[in-house]
Design a protein around this ligand. Structure first.
Ligand SMILES: [Zn+2]
Length: 580
């Protein structure tokens, strides 16, 4: 558990979202918000940390979208890459670099990976039979062919997997196949095609030893990873398409094929680290420290559908390079569903139901701190969670505003008003003052421990608990009464409150950065200073009391309350399937 002793820097990745649609709240709660919170926490601690993300832009869904809307794959990914990069920025997801898999640099990185695996004997050419449309004169990879699932009978199953029952099967098993191409009414035929396979079994022992050495990972990740490792099969890593990265083999059969999107996408983390080195450090070799030095700690944040790729396949690909590190943790979240107000039941977000909430739409109406707070408070860490408008309102207003925001505001307002805008000189501490002051480092450590264990809900709970305890203290001490009778007592109370506020400011910075920034300005302190090179530890610095006499700015409202009627109106619209 103690990563400090073994590692000197941390490389954090968030799953590359697919550039074929807008980022929605489900994505955010899975792979992005927890990663961003963790990265901001490490930066506050002054730890060297690099946070890499980007768009995943190859694959069949993109070419299908282009085909259906009469545009080009490049048009599709340009549009969604821009939109999603903007949505992440709006939400404060603080990537050091947000890259693209259509970059030439990425083709180079991917082909290097392929060649190294090939040279090590881990790639094998195999003949297989695939569905082929004579009318469209093309093979029908993945979703280009639809049919009836051989396992459950679902009639809209894809060529090699069923979205309904999760089954994977060989192409020829698909029943009643039909081409999923507008205007193509021909009946697909089976035709042989050569493809390249990654021999995952070569890595079985290494994968198992690696999983065995990480017993602290989340149960969901370990369960799925062990399930895969016990039943490893060769995986086809090429497709019949012209949208993707050329297969670097000297074979005429490879001409009309490209590397499978699931092979190239995770390599995007490496490419984007290379690009970061060039842009930020002007050093084309800077990335190697982050991917090859064993004192680098690699942590992947993903949604649960990505677990096999990050806990089995990509690690095998890294192992096959010979000199790359593999992940020290794979933090896989469960799903965030949407509560249906009519039925009171949680539903999966889906385009066809029209119940998905895009980050862009949401942030045109509500603050990012409100969204970040709520999603962190209900984060689907060990089981699915559901977004509910009522709960969004109640938890944000009732916890962040009423508990923490209120305590901070009344403490600072009273201090500024009664003590000339500075932290007052305290008198002697009584037992209650001392107990609260003594508890602050411990309370902050409790939150740090929760972050270190990737237990973000617990961090929020402890943070709110700190606010509750502070409010109790405030109510017991009644400074609004003592200010008329006992100035020294009031000064002591408010001095103690200022120290709590200072600790709250550090504790909130990872998940509600805007509120923390406003508060830091009021207190005249710096937060959020670290980065890839590390920096001073402003997290532990919060344990040092603000000296009496420290000037304070007039306090502002950190977390404006949400209007109940407005939230209800938006919730109604959402329930009717209208765009927000
Ligand atoms: Zn099925």
């Amino acid at each position: 558990m103690n990563a400090d002793a073994k590692f000197t820097r941390t490389l954090v990745t968030s799953a590359l979202p697919y550039a074929n649609g807008h980022i929605h709240l489900g994505h955010i709660a899975g792979a992005y918000l927890p990663a961003d919170i963790y990265v901001r926490y490490l930066r506050l601690k002054g730890k060297p940390v690099l946070y890499i993300g980007g768009s995943d832009e190859h694959g069949v869904p993109v070419t299908l979208t282009a085909l259906k809307e009469g545009s080009s794959p490049k048009d599709v990914v340009d549009r969604y890459h821009e939109a999603n990069a903007e949505a992440f920025a709006d939400l404060g997801i603080s990537y050091d670099l947000y890259g693209r898999t259509i970059w030439d640099l990425h083709a180079d990185t991917t082909q290097r990976f392929f060649r190294a695996l090939d040279a090590g004997g881990h790639i094998e050419r195999q003949e297989m039979v695939l569905w082929y449309s004579e009318q469209s004169d093309m093979y029908l990879p993945d979703r280009y062919v639809k049919g009836t699932c051989p396992r459950c009978g679902y009639e809209d199953a894809n060529g090699d997997e069923c979205e309904n029952c999760g089954a994977q099967y060989a192409a020829e098993e698909l029943i009643e196949p039909r081409a999923n191409i507008p205007g193509d009414t021909s009946r697909p035929i089976l035709k042989p095609s050569a493809h390249w396979f990654l021999k995952l079994r070569d890595f079985k022992d290494d994968l198992k030893a690696w999983l065995d050495s990480h017993p602290d990972w989340r149960a969901n990740v370990r369960g799925i990873a062990y399930g895969w490792v016990d039943d490893l099969r060769d995986r086809c890593i090429t497709r019949d398409t012209d949208w993707g990265i050329p297969v670097p083999v000297d074979d005429p059969e490879a001409q009309n094929k490209r590397i499978y999107v699931w092979f190239d996408a995770p390599i995007g983390y490496v490419t984007n680290t290379r690009q970061w080195g060039v842009e930020a450090k002007d050093d084309a070799a800077a990335w190697e420290t982050w991917w090859k030095d064993p004192s680098t700690r690699l942590v992947h944040f993903i949604g649960k559908d990505n677990i096999p790729f990050h806990a089995v396949i990509f690690p095998a690909m890294l192992m096959g390079q010979g000199d790359f590190i593999v992940a020290d943790n794979v933090v896989g979240n469960e799903y965030l569903n949407i509560l249906n107000r009519m039925t009171g039941k949680a539903e999966k977000g889906s385009k066809s139901k029209g119940n998905m909430i895009s980050v862009r739409d949401f942030l045109t109406r509500f603050s990012r701190d409100a969204l970040r707070y709520y999603l962190c408070a209900i984060m689907p860490e060990s089981r699915d969670a559901a977004f509910s408008w009522d709960e969004f309102l109640n938890r944000y207003n009732g916890e962040l505003c009423d508990v923490v925001g209120n305590f901070v505001h009344r403490s600072l307002t009273m201090t500024v008003k009664n003590f000339d805008g500075v932290v007052p000189e305290p008198g002697p501490f009584d037992a209650e003052d001392q107990a609260l002051l003594d508890s602050l480092p411990e309370q902050l450590d409790g939150i740090a421990q929760a972050f270190d264990q990737f237990r973000f809900r617990l961090a929020v709970e402890r943070f709110i608990e700190m606010g509750r305890r502070a409010n109790q203290y405030f109510d017991t001490k009644q400074p609004w009464v003592t200010r008329k009778t006992d100035r020294e007592r009031t000064a002591t109370t408010l001095y103690v409150c200022c120290q709590v506020v200072r600790v709250l400011c550090a504790a909130m910075a990872p998940f509600v950065p805007d509120g923390a920034a406003k508060l830091a300005e009021t207190l005249g302190i710096e937060v959020f200073v670290g980065g890839p090179d590390g920096g001073p530890d402003s997290w532990d610095a919060a344990k040092t009391p603000l000296p009496a006499g420290t000037p304070l700015q007039p306090p502002v409202v950190l977390f404006p309350k949400l209007d109940k009627d407005y939230v209800a109106e938006i919730a109604e619209r959402h329930a009717r399937g209208e765009a927000l």
